[in-house]
Write a protein that binds this ligand. Sequence first.
Ligand code: BES
Ligand code: ZN
Ligand code: ZN
Length: 522
Amino acid sequence: MNKLPLLEARLSSATGIDTNICAVFQDSAKKAISPKGAYSPAVEKLRKAGAFDAKHGAIQFLRFFDSGSSKVADNALLIGMGPSAELTEEKSRLAGGTVWAKLNAEKCKEVSVEVDSFVAASGIKEADRARLMRAFAEGLVLSAYQFNKYKTKSEAKSEGKLGLKSEKGNNPPGPSQIVFVTQDKNLKSQLELELIQVTAIGEAVGVTRDWSNEPSNYGTPVYYANEAKRLAKQYGLKCKILTEQDAEREKMGLFLGVGQGAERESRIVVLEYSPKGVKNPKTVALVGKGVTFDSGGISIKPSMKMEDMKHDMTGAATVMGAMLLASSWEVPNRVVAVMAFCENMPDGNAIQPGNVLTSRSGKTVEIINTDAEGRLVLADVLDYAQDLKPDAIVDVATLTGAVSIALGKHCCGILGNDEALISAVRRAGEANGERIWELPLYDEYFDDLKSDYADMKNSANDSLGGTIRGAVFLKQFIRKGSMWAHLDIAATAWNLGHLSYYPKRGASGAYVRTLAQFIANF
Ligand code: BES
Ligand code: ZN
Ligand code: ZN
């Protein structure tokens, strides 16, 4: 991850700013409304020329703009926000992403945001102001991410040709400082708090994306265990690592079975966050699938896009990000995170279709397809997590290709055994522009997983209802009285470039904010 921009709130314009960002709204006739102040004549001219209608996401960069006596910066960036009555937090976040891309392309370094141009528009409620600006800041910070670790000559490291303040050396891409300027004292203090939380988002989501993007020759189970240990220390979390020997003692036959064909050893990471000064806090357990590479095993996958299977540990990466974010925010609930890392490889020692494995819970599983490995890994760690007596369990996994057939890329799937828990997770998602859709989990779906040789099989003979079958398999390991929900993020974990604040390609980091907020509100 590159360095994130510094975020700051101020009451008066800052010096040394190269670009000032001004919001422009539309009237009911969908025409740009001239903003108060220096940019009014420019907007007027642009509107008359038909060059800028201020529809949501429209953008105009005015280089070396001379605003006369009230000059704030050399350049102005006008961002269209559409009609103010239609502005939502997600639209504000998307505008932040669009603005970042332009600032980056124009090599702007020190920028200010004219907060009052965003919030003074009629139609925006006073109570919504801070949240709308926070979402805009989120859009900026989430867009600042780049993964250049393995590029020997990246854009980030080259000299900016158009840069106003370009220097030779290791300049991170995009602005290094963003100052939010408002005349409203109250709003300024609210923003100060919001911006601290937004910076924590940038860092936590950055970890999730870094982990997910890491190629599997570097990103091995041991690598993630070490990274988790390092980050746990940095964030003040308790951390326990289970080796294969420990997993054997725990009788995790399904988890160990998946890693059996791999040269690289498996690891389980258990993290714990406890809120300070809260008596008897509630506990949320987050459980993540961390398959560092899913070749399919003996039921090997076709080679087309197999490289994407380095992302098959994104469930664990999302759990890690959510854990870090929840702890940065100092949420009032306890969190335990259990992340199971292993590699699914074909080998002389790999599990084979027809094999029967015994789970930690004691239930036996006939392996039909070694590519349905995520559910095997999760079954044992879900059982382990329940021993920790959490009040709710949420697991996160790139579990099935079928979830992209069912839901596409505009939401992830949720299934579980408790409607209140599912609603709470979905609400947290909605509040963060991260949509979640529930699929049914009728017991009859388990009929397809009945085995002639064991208590169940890990896959059926056809591909109907794949996401539900994955979840109904997991459900066999959920004890009576445990509140559980399962997020299938296989379609949304990477390549979400249709949203301006996600990278065009590679890990999205989606649902980290959702999960942290769910924990905060639990
Ligand atoms: N890791 C995959 C799921 C996946 C596929 C994630 C494509 C992202 C993109 C998982 O382990 C898997 O292979 N699932 C199988 C299950 C099947 C064999 C029952 C699938 O979805 O095809
Ligand atoms: Zn698989
Ligand atoms: Zn997998």
